[in-house]
Design a binder for this molecule. Structure first.
Ligand SMILES: [Zn+2]
Length: 71
């Protein structure tokens, strides 16, 4: 049923982006950093997913629906 064909990537340990050992990290452009410092909430440019066990950034997304959830 899913129309999202972005496949679920995994790190070497087999953790995907929903795993509790995986940290989503928002990446912001310079301008957005400035807005955040001013106390304005902004959506990140992209989110990267890093496994805290193997310390590998194995996935990232620019999906607006996911980015908005990170606000
Ligand atoms: Zn890992």
């Amino acid at each position: 049923m899913s129309t999202n064909n972005e496949e679920m990537k995994k790190c070497e340990c087999g953790h995907d982006r929903t795993h509790y050992m995986v940290t989503p990290d928002g990446k912001y452009s310079g301008m957005k950093w400035f807005l955040m410092l001013a106390g304005i909430s902004v959506t990140p440019e992209r989110i990267t997913y890093t496994c805290r066990r193997c310390n590998v950034t194995f996935d990232s997304t620019t999906d607006p629906a996911i980015l908005r959830r990170r606000m």
